[in-house]
Design a protein. Structure first.
Length: 169
C-alpha cells in the first residue's frame, strides 16, 4: 500500500485584496497539488483572509493531520498564521510567493507576496521550523517544477521516517 503525503494547503490573502485573478491562482494551485502522485490535499477551498478564518482551518487541520503545509501567499499577509500552524502541527512549511504583475498599468505593488514569504521565513528560522521556498505564478511550468521537487523531497523523507518508525515498533 502506498503511503500518501498529506498536504495542508493555505491560500492566504490580505482582507479585501481577493480578486478574480487571485481566485484563479488559488484554484489552479489547488488543482495542481491534487495531481501530484502520492499526495492527498486538505484545505484550500477558499482564500483565508483573516486570523479568525485561519483558526477555523487550523481546527480542521488538527483533525486531518497534514504532513506538510503549503502556505501560498497570494498577497502580503500578517506573519502569525504559518508559524502558528507549523508549531501546532509540528510539520515543515512551503512558503510560496508569486512575482508581481507588470507595473505598466499603474506602477504599484498589487500582491507583495514575496515580502510575506521573506518575513515568514525569518519567523520559521527563529523557531527552528524547516521550510522551503517556491517563487512562481500558479499554473506555470516554474511553479510545477519547484513544487514537484519540494513535495517529492518531503514525500521521500516522510516515507523514510514512517519506515524507520515502523521498524522500531
Amino acid at each position: 500500500m502506498e503511503t500518501k503525503l498529506k498536504i495542508g494547503y493555505l491560500p492566504l490573502t490580505k482582507q479585501n485584496w481577493t480578486n478574480a485573478t487571485l481566485e484563479k491562482a488559488r484554484a489552479d494551485a489547488l488543482a495542481y497539488l491534487k495531481t501530484l502522485p502520492g499526495v492527498e490535499v486538505v484545505g484550500g477551498e477558499k482564500m483565508i483572509e483573516t486570523e479568525a478564518e485561519a483558526l477555523e482551518v487550523l481546527k480542521d487541520f488538527e483533525l486531518q493531520r497534514p504532513d506538510l503545509l503549503v502556505t501560498h501567499f497570494m498577497t502580503f499577509t500578517l506573519g502569525v498564521v504559518p508559524p502558528l500552524f507549523a508549531q501546532r502541527l509540528g510539520v515543515p512549511v512551503v512558503l510560496w510567493s508569486m512575482p508581481e504583475p507588470s507595473w505598466s498599468a499603474g506602477g504599484r505593488l498589487e500582491r507583495n507576496s514575496f515580502c510575506a514569504t521573506n518575513m515568514n521565513s525569518h519567523h520559521l528560522w527563529k523557531l527552528h521550523i524547516p521550510y522551503f521556498w517556491v517563487y512562481a505564478d500558479a499554473g506555470t511550468p516554474e511553479a510545477s517544477a519547484q513544487l514537484d521537487r519540494v513535495v517529492r523531497t518531503a514525500h521521500d523523507d516522510f516515507v523514510a521516517l514512517r519506515v524507520a518508525v515502523h521498524h522500531v515498533e
